[in-house]
Design a binder for this molecule. Structure first.
Ligand code: C2E
Length: 351
């Protein structure tokens, strides 16, 4: 949660902000679920922040605010707070395990030192031994000391074993949290945050290696109309269907992401424009070839189509500039009648 909202929620404005949140949600026709409340709290607490701008855009475009929308916004804009919480928890477990292992190690050190002293003393006394009984006493003492050290070592080993397992469990859990924070909950593709990171990395790799990199943006045609006609749940299924086709085509090192509502993006490192065009055409054709059915009524929904645009990264071009050109190519596809793939380079040539 941004510090400003956190602070407000513990200050004199806390209740008026919360009331305002409820009023605004009612006005926007959004259910006051805990997640929506949290999102709206951030929105009104920081209207100019990224989340605030996105919610305003959704409201202005009269896009439906479904559970999937809320999940997506939360995954995209709230994960840092959640992640911090998880990381704090993980930190606490790690602290506990480290403290336990440290104290076991300190205890083992003390025992080893005492054992060393016992051995030294025994060595001295053996030198001065005169009868068998005295020797017997020394050996009995040594045996007891050795057993003590063995027990200490066993305890240390057990503690280390427990801690190792706990730390491994923690690592797995954090890895899952990290994956969740980077994944779009509805479609399981990379979310926008992950896409931004992948794009920056791909641009950097292309810059240092001198290898080509291509960015594509894809958008479902007439999605709003589809949503209005068949309802948001069916709209969500369509998003999942389009995402599944893209996901299958996006084997590493390609990346497929849900970039916005019905907008997707793909990164193609080290491929030629011809290869990328072939891949995008295959995706476009596969999507258009399937007639979907509405799950609840079995109504025939017909096929959905997508439009796509792609651009080849220019030397030293930033991710943002590349995205802008790919977007322009996408809109050229839309203008030319949709259900097609256009490259930014073909637009340049035409101009
Ligand atoms: P899902 O419903 O979770 O289905 C996951 C996968 O299970 C599908 O991947 C498909 O391989 C298989 N599957 C599920 N239901 C059927 C079925 O009735 N017949 C056949 N032959 N296979 C089935 P796929 O095809 O990539 O779809 C991914 C997602 O796209 C689905 O997730 C669903 O959310 C959506 N979707 C795909 N086709 C339709 C459709 O005709 N109607 C609706 N409402 N959604 C669809």
């Amino acid at each position: 949660m941004p510090a400003s909202v956190e602070t407000t929620l513990r200050g004199p404005e806390a209740y008026s902000l919360s009331r305002q949140v409820i009023d605004e949600m009612e006005r926007a026709g959004v259910w006051p679920t805990p997640l929506n409340f949290e999102l709206w709290l951030h929105y009104l607490g920081d209207p100019e922040g990224a989340l605030g701008r996105e919610i305003r855009r959704i409201l202005a475009a009269a896009e439906p605010f479904t559970e999937a929308t809320a999940d997506m916004l939360a995954a995209e804009y709230l994960p840092r707070g959640r992640l911090t919480e998880e990381i704090r928890d993980a930190g606490r477990v790690l602290d506990r395990e480290l403290a336990s292992v440290s104290s076991a190690i300190a205890q083992a050190h003390r025992s080893q030192a005492a054992y060393g002293q016992t051995l030294d003393k025994a060595a001295d006394r053996i030198g001065a031994v005169e009868d068998g009984e005295a020797l017997q006493t020394i050996v009995t003492g040594l045996t007891a000391a050795t057993r003590r050290v063995q027990r200490e070592n066993e305890t240390l080993e057990k503690k280390l074993d427990v801690s190792t397992r706990e730390v491994a469990r923690l690592r797995e859990h954090l890895e899952q949290v990290r994956r969740d924070a980077m994944t779009d909950a509805l479609t399981n593709l990379a979310n926008r945050k992950a896409f931004d990171e992948h794009l920056a990395t791909a641009c950097e790799e292309a810059r240092t290696s001198g290898r080509p990199m291509i960015l594509a943006v894809l958008d479902i045609d007439y999605f709003k109309r589809f949503n209005d006609t068949w309802g948001h749940q069916t709209g969500d299924q369509v998003l999942r269907y389009v995402a599944s086709v893209m996901g299958r085509a996006a084997r590493t090192p390609r990346v497929a992401a849900r970039y916005g509502g019905e907008e997707f993006a793909m990164i193609f490192p080290n491929e030629t424009p011809e290869q990328v065009e072939t891949a995008l055409e295959a995706i476009r054709k596969e999507i258009a070839s399937r007639s979907l059915r509405r799950r609840s009524t079995n109504d025939e929904l017909g096929a959905v189509t997508i439009s796509a645009g792609f651009a080849v990264r220019r030397p030293d071009e930033s991710g943002a500039a590349l995205l802008e050109r790919a977007d322009a190519a996408l809109y050229a596809s839309k203008r030319a009648g949709r259900n097609r793939v256009t490259s930014a380079e073909s637009l340049d040539r035409a101009a």
